[in-house]
Design a binder for this molecule. Structure first.
Ligand code: MLT
Length: 250
């Protein structure tokens, strides 16, 4: 089995992903929000690439049934219901709601991976939950880091290394790791005992701290606190069920 890490989504643009299981990571903060929203019983997340697309999609739903979510320049978008702070995605707000979400890099990266037969959304919160189901699909694995405006983001690469480490430890198959994967694992092994410190040092972590979102950075560094495996299926992010299929309520 091959484990590849795309350190920025541009590495996979236009590529045929039909033969891989993709795991998309945007630790700060879209993946972490999505994991919390799914754990707290939302009725799926629709990732969009623009504010306009999110507004267009919302017109198909009754106002009580959906929430508009996401950020631009870290801040909640004018007229939206939720921003991009994982701690906002509590059951009182999200339970039973369809979340229509647009973020600068995360939702875009998820859409870039859409040709893969299974696209899992991962962060530190759900590394262990995601790895067994990903391996059970018995395909090569491509981990896609959302990055930051087309550039490398350290927190995503560290988390990708955490995924690669866990995946390798759970399989008996011979694992071939690409240079992207080996590099991500090296980073993870450097920081595995001090993830919070690493996230605080990262450029996007510092940017979030400077704009008042330090608690989000701290929260995103927590490992394995939810059991959910969010998968992007037919335009919606929904929990993978135990049989490996997606539960969709379109
Ligand atoms: C993104 O998608 O670029 C991030 O989630 C941005 C953020 O931290 O708000």
């Amino acid at each position: 089995m091959r484990i590849d890490v795309a350190l920025v989504p541009q590495e996979i643009e236009g590529k045929n992903l039909e033969h891989v299981t993709a795991i998309v990571i945007d630790v700060l903060r879209a993946s972490t929000c999505i994991a919390n929203a799914i754990a707290n019983g939302c009725d799926g997340v629709i990732p969009t690439v623009s504010v306009e697309e999110a507004m267009d999609i919302s017109r198909a739903y009754a106002r009580d049934d959906y929430l508009l979510c996401g950020e631009r320049k870290n801040e909640k978008i004018d007229g939206f219901d939720l921003g991009n702070s994982p701690l906002e995605y509590i059951s009182d707000r999200v339970q039973g709601k369809k979340l229509i979400m647009t973020t600068t890099n995360g939702t875009r990266a998820i859409r870039t991976a859409k040709t893969a037969p299974c696209v899992i959304i991962g962060g530190f919160w759900n590394i262990s939950a995601c790895c067994k189901p990903a391996l059970a699909l018995d395909r090569d694995i491509l981990i896609v880091c959302a990055g930051q405006n087309g550039r490398f983001a350290m927190e995503d690469a560290i988390c990708a290394g955490g995924f690669a480490d866990k995946l390798s430890s759970l399989t008996d198959a011979r694992v071939e790791e690409t240079d992207g994967c080996l590099t991500a694992r090296l980073l993870y092994n450097t920081f595995r005992e001090r993830l919070e410190e690493a996230l605080f040092q990262s450029a996007h972590g510092r940017n979030l701290i400077n704009t008042g979102f330090g608690e989000d950075v701290k929260a995103a560094a927590v490992t394995d606190c939810v059991e959910v495996v969010p998968v992007f299926h037919e335009g919606h992010i929904v929990p993978m069920d135990i049989s490996g299929s997606a539960k969709v309520h379109a």
